[in-house]
Design a protein around this ligand. Structure first.
Ligand SMILES: Nc1ncnc2c1ncn2[C@@H]1O[C@H](COP(=O)(O)OP(=O)(O)OP(=O)(O)O)[C@@H](O)[C@H]1O
Length: 755
């Protein structure tokens, strides 16, 4: 069986599905699985060209794959896609095709074939996967002679030399070529993953592993097998590796860490039999910066762990984890971490709120004392709530988690940024098991964060008097600051008011010549601060007419809102009830709404990484056709360069740069003309955003004073409610057979803004 064929499975579009779904908006969390792979260069070329997806395939993809069930949930009055609608020129809703008859997973003999190192090298290259050892300790020498197969080219293969202490530190960027995961079938047949876990993966419709899954899963599941045909056979031994995975947004990193975590629990617990009493030992902790992301990971984990008996649990204040209590020096440092979470918004705000939730609980008369030991195998948490548990026992005593063997940092660059660093390191320190594996994941990873991780791994090993595990870095795409599969637009407006107008034009169903086609719902709008998100919501709340769902179609989500409201809004957005979600950076990372068609950066993001993560909320799992629109005014000019650079790199990767037909979004002259920003200003922008939007007139977005806005919104709310009442009354009449069948009222198409 040709391995290339295995790797390019499931790419065929399905014309039937296209016909079913053309022109219908997507639900944010719907959609069949597209071909999730970003890259597939010709094998054999040294300098790789990006695999270009067929144009036709893209169009097919656009219409493909949405479940007809989901379609029925979309409102009859479709404001953004009024009926009868010509099939949209779909730059937006692209879901690439899972084959009508998806190819089966690789069969046993085919899946269990191990590739030799050359083949591994070629495939890894073809998918732009680069695996490098970062730790400064050279791998130990092989315990046995390397397999003879390595000399198939007739070259004499020498055993890996013993590490030279003097050379330690020089061998820190060695590239390795482990087995790539050719097909999910190999999980079961080669990597010995429990059949239930493998079946759960299939049941979710996953057919082809994404690049990050190809590169990470073998090494994380069974390093010895993954490196069996490699010179590095004994590297890592059976203790496994520490791991740093850098892969594009929406490329399936969650599964890449959840499968090994669940597998880890199952292998140690042995065969799980129906009805058998299970032992719950906290084995893995996943840390994520926001509760939205943490809840999402729990959901994903539970889907994968269905029927396995593995319990994936979201951390709560009342959860009583099994921990060792240790009197320890250095507690102040962690306590400091708890206090140090005063940030303006976004992920950082999480910690404060957890405190307030707890207080709310206490006021309701719930016991402050945690109850009975929690039955948890895999814990998913935001940093502060877990650190509170670790430091919140008796004074001077810290809780340790010796049973934890896997610590997973999702969005590791944020978790190890100064904002969260002390909290995250506090958790890491509490995981005292000498066999602990650390895995860190993000679409963006600065070299400073990599260095920090490397040093911490070594420091920790010294402290615990163990040998550090090899730290392996996997980079997918070779550039970590790109979102290549979506369209990027940069729109300049002279004033803040101009931005509002431009956004309204994007929202408006009738496209104007200069704004291009309107964005198709659902989409996300990002602002710099909570105040701006709230006031933008107040401003736009009634822009969608009652006939199309009215104010319920636009929502705002930020970290000042209570938990319950946040989760309700997430549910409504996922269900397709909310079409436009205005938010802050709290939703910029990790959150997966598969069908989001666009992202609007109403305020310029604070860094290149923030742009990557925000834009990456569209174009998930390789879907093409997502759009990221970024507005900027003259206040933003000093900061646009980093965004423009990401756009230029993304377009270059997609073959759409300035030299290509039609040119790119960012012309070279513009890039050259944009001013360079000093490091200190970059840092300030990252933490505070554009200063002029924090206070004074520009802090909120409004065309009126707040009193007038309130008055007007009250009035519009009343009108909307009365129209709704009338419509409902009419429906009742119709149902009773008394109404006019032709329906002469205001149902149907929308006639314009209700000013
Ligand atoms: N092999 C696969 N085939 C198809 N879809 C997949 C596959 N693996 C993951 N997905 C889907 O891709 C989407 C994105 O996955 P995930 O949220 O894990 O991305 P991510 O890499 O963590 O992104 P981010 O960096 O934004 O957090 C999810 O909807 C997931 O179900």
């Amino acid at each position: 069986m040709d391995i290339l064929k295995v790797l390019s499975r499931g790419l065929k579009p399905n014309p039937q599905r296209k016909a079913q779904t053309a022109g219908t908006p997507l639900l944010p969390s719907s959609g069949s699985r597209p071909n999730p792979q970003f890259f597939h260069d010709d094998i054999g070329t040294t300098k790789s060209k990006k695999r270009k997806r067929r144009k036709g395939a893209q169009a097919d993809d656009a219409a493909d794959g949405e479940d007809s069930d989901n379609d029925s949930e979309v409102s009859d009055v479709d404001y953004f896609n009024p009926k009868p609608a010509a099939p949209a020129p779909d730059t937006t809703s692209t879901v690439s095709a899972p084959a009508a008859n998806p190819e089966p997973l690789a069969s046993k003999p085919e899946a269990s074939k191990l590739l030799d190192e050359d083949e591994c090298r070629q495939i890894l290259r073809s998918h732009r996967l680069k695996l490098t050892i970062l730790s400064r300790t050279a791998p130990p020498p092989p315990a046995e002679e390397p397999p003879t197969k390595r000399s198939r080219k007739g070259k004499k293969v020498e055993a890996t030399p013993k590490p030279d202490p003097a050379a330690a530190g020089k061998d820190d960027k060695k590239q390795i070529y482990p087995q790539p995961l050719a097909a999910f079938g190999a999980l079961r047949y080669v990597y010995d993953v429990h059949p239930t876990l493998a079946e759960n993966l299939t049941r979710q419709g996953f057919r082809v592993p994404t690049e990050v899954q190809m590169g990470a899963l073998p090494l994380l599941l069974r390093p010895q097998t993954a490196l069996k045909k490699s010179k590095d056979i004994n590297f890592g031994g059976d203790r496994g590796v520490d791991f740093l995975g850098v892969a594009p947004t929406g490329s399936g990193k969650t599964i890449s860490f959840l499968i090994p975590a669940i597998d880890g629990v199952m292998s140690r617990r042995g065969e799980v039999k129906e009805g058998e009493a299970r032992e719950y030992v906290l084995e893995a902790i996943v840390v994520a910066p926001t509760r939205e992301l943490a809840s999402q990971i729990v959901n994903e984990g539970r889907k994968l762990a269905l029927g396995t008996g593995v319990r994936v649990v979201l951390m709560k204040k009342s959860l009583n984890l099994v921990a060792d209590e240790v009197r320890q020096e250095g507690l102040e440092e962690d306590a400091e971490g708890v206090a140090e979470s005063k940030q303006e918004d976004g992920a950082e705000q999480e910690s404060e709120e957890e405190g307030s939730d707890a207080e709310k609980g206490d006021k309701k008369g719930r016991s402050k004392e945690p109850k009975g030991p929690a039955r948890v195998d895999i814990l998913v948490t935001t940093p502060k709530i877990l650190l509170n548990f670790l430091t919140g026992g008796k004074p001077g005593v810290k809780r340790m988690l010796p049973s934890v063997r896997s610590l997973i940092l999702d969005e590791a660059d944020v978790l190890l940024d100064p904002i969260f660093r002390k909290q995250t390191l506090g958790i890491w320190r509490a995981c005292i098991n000498p066999d602990l594996s650390l895995t860190c994941w993000s679409a963006t990873m600065g070299s400073n964060i990599e260095t920090l991780i490397t040093k911490q791994v070594e420091k920790r090993a010294k402290y615990l008097r163990t040998n550090p595990k090899p730290l392996v870095r996997l980079v997918v795409g070779l550039k970590d600051t790109a979102v290549p599969n979506i369209t990027h637009k940069l729109i300049y407006t002279a004033t803040e008011q101009g931005k509002l107008l431009a956004l309204r034009q994007l929202l408006h169903p009738v496209s104007s010549a200069d704004s291009g086609p309107p964005l198709r719902p659902p989409f996300l709008v990002f602002t710099q601060t909570i105040e701006r998100a709230q006031s933008l919501h107040d401003e736009l709340k009634y822009d969608i007419p009652p006939e199309a769902g009215g104010s319920a179609r636009i929502a705002v989500l930020h970290s000042s809102l209570p938990d319950s409201i946040r989760s309700k809004i997430m549910t409504r957005f996922r269900a397709g009830d909310v079409w436009v979600l205005i938010t802050t950076d709290v939703l910029a990372r990790g959150v997966d709404f598969a069908g989001v068609n666009g992202v609007v950066n109403y305020d310029v993001p604070g860094s290149a990484a923030a742009y990557v993560h925000r834009s990456g909320r569209t174009g998930r799992a390789g879907r093409e056709g997502g759009v990221a629109v970024t507005f900027y005014t003259k206040d933003d000019i000093p900061f646009v360069k980093s965004v423009a650079n990401v756009i230029a790199i993304s377009e270059k990767q997609a073959g759409k740069d300035g030299k290509a037909e039609g040119g790119g979004t960012v012309q070279k002259w513009l890039l050259d003309a944009l001013p360079k920003v000093a490091k200190v200003d970059k840092r300030k922008l990252k933490v505070r955003g554009v200063e002029s939007r924090r206070t004074g007139g520009k802090a909120s977005i409004t065309t009126q004073g707040s009193y007038e806005r309130r008055k007007e919104n009250n009035m519009r709310g009343a009108i909307e409610a009365s129209k709704k009442k009338k419509r409902e009354a009419k429906m009742v009449k119709k149902d009773d057979g008394e109404g006019d069948a032709a329906g002469s009222g205001d149902d149907g198409e929308w006639g314009g803004l209700d000013d």
